[in-house]
Ligand binder design. Structure first.
Ligand code: C5P
Length: 403
């Protein structure tokens, strides 16, 4: 499919071993209708020849800033203006450092300074170099400047090390480009998403919680952001990195999450409650660690109901956002989901059967049926990110049909 028809991609290649994958990347981009103009650093030419890149891209490759002949055809400023997207792949630690410092000491870094096209950086380097504080700070600087950071992946490296720093595979970069150029149905909309578990303290060292990993909520945040929304994620205690461009508010207990959600809900267009909120919390939190006693085999913890966050959001009478809930069930999925949709006054509910192996808590895939008043849509088993895209698109559809 010509998913990239007419898109002008300036592919900047710097000198890392992953450069050998750029011929394949270029072929796949062109196959989908993109025009690819290759710009190489001097070091990149040691890893893949300009002749190869010219042959696969069908265009002369640019690499010299001070070449009168090249400047006479498409000069560096013209090149910078030509692009719809600048994709730097592989982006070495050196290229990233030079960009972070705002240098323009070769054609590629000059183009980066001169373009107003969006820039995607696909880091590729040895894991130790990637994890070096200097590199991490440089990448954070580029992200702060709104550059998109695509990857890296983790795994075996050309040098024999294992760890983060592998360039995304050509097809993954193609998918990133497709997503980048895909229509943005949520442009101008803001979304707040709750994710992960909550922790309900018993005493200073113990708590009651659940197995929610937060993966689904984080995938939804990522999908909503890629589809154009301004996203705020209210996250319980999870160890997942925040998707690029998403605002994150960390909370611990259901009461914290309730407070944060109510503070955010009225200023957002959409509220997605994906968190596995604890239904009850201990009435009293012991001030000191509760001690085991020799003479007592039983202990009781008296619990009190937590606020139902999503129901409270859905009950707002002023500035109520489009409210979407989740129902993780182990039986009678449809009946329970429809009951929750009605009882909590939701606009939509995403239901899944967590008794099925490989679905729900902690897994990377899921199968979900989305219900709304008068309709439903089953989304087959897919990765949480792919499902999240479908869910967010369904939300956008429903919002436009009810407006
Ligand atoms: O726990 P339950 O199955 O009722 O959860 C359904 C939906 O309600 C989910 O979207 C969940 O995030 C939300 N919820 C909530 N606050 C609670 C309990 C659940 O927002 N206290």
């Amino acid at each position: 499919m010509q998913t990239l028809a007419g898109k002008k991609i300036l592919l900047g290649i710097s000198g890392g071993i992953a450069a050998y994958k750029c011929a394949e990347l270029t072929r796949r981009l062109i196959e989908r209708g993109a025009q690819v103009q290759v710009v190489m650093t001097n070091a990149a030419k040691e890893f893949i020849t300009p002749l190869t890149m010219q042959a696969v891209s069908g265009r002369p490759v640019s690499y010299s800033l001070l070449d009168p002949a090249a400047e006479a055809s498409m000069g560096h400023i013209e090149l910078a203006k030509w692009a719809d997207l600048v994709l730097l792949a592989p982006a070495t630690a050196d290229l990233i450092a030079r960009m972070s410092a705002g240098m323009g000491n070769d054609l590629l870094t000059t183009l980066v300074l001169a373009t107003d096209a969006p820039i995607a950086v696909s880091p590729a380097m040895n894991q130790q170099m990637y994890l070096n504080v200097a590199t991490q700070e440089n990448i954070a600087t580029l992200a702060r400047r709104n550059m998109m950071i695509w990857g890296p992946a983790a795994g075996e490296q050309a040098c024999g090390d294992v760890g983060p720093g592998r360039m995304l595979e050509p097809m993954q970069l193609v998918e990133q480009c497709e997503q980048f150029f895909s229509p943005k149905p949520l442009a101008g909309k803001s979304v707040v998403i709750t994710a992960g578990p909550t922790r309900e303290a018993i005493d200073p060292v113990r708590y009651i919680s659940n197995h929610s990993s937060g993966k689904m909520g984080f995938a939804l945040a990522s999908a909503a952001q890629q589809l154009g929304a301004d996203v705020t994620l209210i996250a319980g205690p999870v160890s997942i990195t925040t998707p690029h461009g998403v605002k994150r508010i960390n909370v611990v207990s259901a009461e914290d999450m309730h407070q944060a959600a109510m503070a955010q809900a009225t200023s957002h267009d959409i509220f997605i409650g994906c968190a596995a909120v604890a239904d009850y919390r201990p009435v009293d939190i012991a001030a000191q660690k509760i001690k085991k006693t020799a003479d007592n085999n039983d202990m009781q913890i008296t619990m009190v109901k937590n606020p139902d966050i999503i129901a409270a959001v859905a009950a707002l009478s002023v500035s109520r956002p489009f409210t979407v809930g989740f129902a993780a069930e182990t039986q009678d999925v449809e009946a329970y989901a429809l009951d929750k949709l009605k009882r909590k006054n939701l606009d939509m509910i995403c239901a899944n059967d967590v008794s099925v192996e490989g679905q729900g808590f902690n897994s990377d895939t899921n199968t979900i049926t989305v219900y709304w008043n008068g309709g439903q849509h089953t989304l087959g088993c897919a990765t949480k990110l792919a499902l999240s895209h479908s869910i967010v698109l369904t939300i956008a559809d429903q919002m436009s049909s009810t407006n």
